[in-house]
Design a protein around this ligand. Structure first.
Ligand SMILES: [Zn+2]
Length: 376
């Protein structure tokens, strides 16, 4: 290990994050950011509960006489499955569940989604992406050599949720994004997925053909849906005490959900992205950020996290299998794949993007968050 290697004394973020900063006690900037965020965005205390129950009343009131009162996204993973469970069983809402089929779902994830909506008696709508076109878009992202090749999928999920909410006149989207298990994500590791201009720019440069009806949200559509149409995003897991292990137990017992053995491993591409692509090409391991969030929220000890991160991301034969599967499914040659893996690393800022405008809109995003929180 190189001599200037450092790791935080509190979490396990380390100098694989290029711009990490440590204070005089050896505590990293991500620990400090986490503390700021739980003050601003986490409402799982008793006062938060009261506010949240009032919000639920409001959701029910606005949903009266309608078929659904909220929309949820369902991937088959722990977070979204637990959201489905809470929304329906605990709060008695009538959600419409949306699932994005990007061609990479594992058989187990398909079985989990079916099982969960059946047990909870929730209507499910699946949006299926055009595989040939989506494949072309994914290859574009691989060729771009930026780290976050999951941007097309993450953006499409969000776009389908928001658009469906607007089309069906359902004002609330209950989402599984949460602070206690996923709030530590260095911007220098992964650029977020909200920027449709980056998707268009990368695909324009590397794609074979245009993907006109890819679900996208432009800056204008954000304004239209959130400001004009008044759609509200509710990160429900920030309003309840969320302990991952307990949530897993509940959905296993109550909904016959089955474990994948890794965060976001319900998709084969995501598993390849976490366990192979990022560590091999970029030299960092996303488990470090998830484990760090779990340490800071008191769900894992630092010693256990260190022991887990010292294990390989996946067994070698599994990595090889996934790699071969990805090559075959994307329809590229092993030589093309190696070329992608060996190409020089790029940043999102090497391509057209709206990051500057998003930075300037930060104040607006913060206010939009407060709207939800302030509901009395
Ligand atoms: Zn730290």
């Amino acid at each position: 290990m190189e001599s200037n290697y450092r790791i935080c004394n509190q979490c396990i973020m380390d100098t694989t994050v290029p711009d990490i900063v440590f204070d005089q006690d050896g505590i990293c900037n991500h620990c400090h950011d986490y503390n700021d965020r739980i003050i601003k965005d986490l409402f799982n205390d008793s006062e938060g509960q009261v506010r949240f129950e009032n919000l639920i009343k409001e959701v029910k009131r606005r949903g009266e006489g309608k078929q659904y009162d909220c929309i949820i996204g369902i991937s088959g993973g722990v977070d979204s499955t637990y959201v489905a469970y809470l929304v329906k069983r605990k709060y008695g809402l009538r959600p419409l569940a949306l699932h994005l089929d990007n061609g990479w779902n594992s058989e187990l994830s398909v079985a989990n989604v079916e099982q969960v909506v059946k047990r909870l008696d929730i209507d499910l709508f699946t949006h299926v992406l055009d595989w040939d076109k989506f494949r072309d878009l994914q290859i574009s992202f691989l060729k771009s050599s930026i780290s976050n090749i999951e941007i097309p999928t993450d953006h499409a999920i969000w776009a389908v949720l928001v658009r469906t909410a607007a089309e069906k006149g359902i004002p609330y989207i209950f989402a599984g994004n949460n602070i206690v298990t996923e709030s530590i994500m260095p911007g220098s590791w992964l650029y977020g997925s909200k920027d449709s201009r980056l998707i268009t720019g990368i695909h324009h440069k590397f794609g074979k053909e245009k993907y006109r009806n890819f679900p996208k949200l432009s800056l204008f559509s954000y304004v239209n849906y959130f400001l004009i149409k008044g759609i509200r995003w509710v990160p429900v897991l920030n309003y309840v005490p969320y302990v991952k292990q307990d949530a897993k137990q509940i959905i296993t017992d109550e909904l016959a959900w089955r474990d994948y053995g890794g965060k976001h491993y319900e998709s084969i591409f995501t598993r390849f992205f976490h366990a192979y692509y990022l560590p091999q090409k970029f030299g960092f391991d996303l488990r470090r950020s998830y484990l760090s969030a779990l340490i800071l929220s008191g769900q894992v000890t630092r010693a256990d996290a260190l022991s887990e991160i010292s294990e390989p991301t996946a067994p070698a034969d599994r990595l090889q299998e996934d790699k071969e599967y990805v090559i075959k499914k994307l329809g590229i040659t092993p030589a093309e794949f190696e070329e992608i893996m060996n190409a020089p690393l790029k940043l999102f800022s090497d391509y057209p993007n709206n990051d500057r405008i998003w930075q300037r809109l930060n104040w607006f995003v913060k206010i939009a968050r407060q709207w939800i929180i302030r509901v009395k």
